[in-house]
Design a protein around this ligand. Structure first.
Ligand code: LMR
Length: 340
């Protein structure tokens, strides 16, 4: 009896040690054949980008039988938004998905995406990304040894602040806002009589909680996951700008991959991107509902007239951007955004 019990225990231990047939993926590759891709990003996991990165990692694991392991590092765990592009270029990480504003330091043309009220809807964003502006920008990324493999949506940005409801442009006077590294947003806020100050994404909460800054602009999913609603009692649903990401791979690493893996990666990315397209708006709507249900924020839904006042007040930002990137480039992006 004791002996058969001992056999049973030994048998069970052996099964557990083998991992059993439940994890065949780990057994198809030896550890030295495994390819590790570090994917670093700055936002929380329960956001469009955070969920998409995890989804991509899971698809890659499944479709390569564990040959490729995508390690996702969220929440600026590895690198903040200020340094992720240079870390990608030096191959410290192999994948990132920076917001478009973060690319304007590398190619000033990216700043056109921040032009206030350029986009009425996401179709407009798509037209610019896939149009000649997008092609020119993607070619520039390739010259910097980065391979753009997808565009991921987040959503439209809204303003929050700690001073009072923002209905008319005058109410911005004297307020200080956190922005991304964006010359266009700097101009736009200046035109409203406000100031902008760049902070990395992980520094927003502290800057607002300490009242060092009065406000910020972001999407509901970013505001909810970073608890911005705790320290910003006023929100205006202004949709004045769009937050999206280019998914980038270190080009030397990309080119070193066997063609079959590149193809698998492209397909996994296409499926992930489709998921983002179908879910980003829902995730932002849910985040907004939660912020609203929390009862800490007075939410103002901008009217058509108010939007027009804000648009007019910020319009000179287009001319100023034209002085930096060329008036033709600005005119082209307007045409593409409008589908003309
Ligand atoms: C921000 O800095 O506000 C955003 O770029 C963060 C992000 O990546 O969504």
């Amino acid at each position: 009896m004791r002996r058969s019990l001992a056999w049973l225990i030994l048998f069970t231990m052996l099964l557990a040690a083998c991992g059993g047939s439940r994890h065949p993926d780990h057994e198809q590759v030896s550890p030295n054949e495994r390819i590790v891709i570090k994917f670093s990003h700055v936002v929380a996991e329960n956001t469009p980008k955070g969920l998409a990165a995890r989804r991509f990692a899971a698809i890659m694991k499944e479709r390569t039988g564990g040959r490729v392991e995508v390690q996702v590092f969220p929440n600026s765990q590895l690198y903040g938004d200020g340094e992720e592009v240079s870390r990608l270029r030096s191959n410290d990480v192999q994948m990132i998905a920076p917001s478009l504003s973060n690319l304007s330091d590398w190619d000033p043309l990216w700043q056109v995406f921040d032009l206030p009220y350029l986009f009425d809807d996401e179709q407009g964003v798509d037209r610019v990304v896939t149009g000649s502006t997008g092609q020119q920008l993607y070619a520039g990324l390739r010259r910097l040894d980065m391979e753009p493999i997808a565009f991921w949506q987040n959503g439209f940005k809204h303003f929050t602040n700690s001073r009072g409801s923002l209905l008319l442009p005058d109410q911005f006077k004297g307020l200080r806002f956190r922005t991304q590294p964006s010359p266009v947003m700097r101009d736009a806020l200046r035109l409203l009589g406000a100031e902008s100050s760049y902070r990395t994404f992980d520094a927003i909460y502290t800057a607002l909680a300490s009242r060092e800054l009065d406000g910020q602009e972001n999407t509901p999913s970013n505001m909810y996951s970073k608890r911005i609603y705790e320290v910003q009692p006023y929100m205006t649903l202004s949709s004045h700008g769009y937050l999206g990401y280019v998914v980038l791979v270190n080009a030397t690493f990309w080119n070193s991959l066997p063609p079959d893996l590149r193809e698998t990666m492209r397909e996994a990315m296409a499926d992930t991107t489709q998921w983002v397209r179908e879910n980003a708006a829902r995730l932002n709507a849910e985040a907004l509902e939660r912020i609203e249900a929390g009862g800490k924020v007075i939410i103002h839904r901008q009217t058509v007239n108010e939007r027009e006042f804000w648009r007019q007040a910020m319009e000179p930002a287009y001319r100023l951007a034209g002085e930096r990137v060329g008036a033709d480039a600005v005119a082209r992006v307007i045409r593409e955004a409008r589908g003309e």
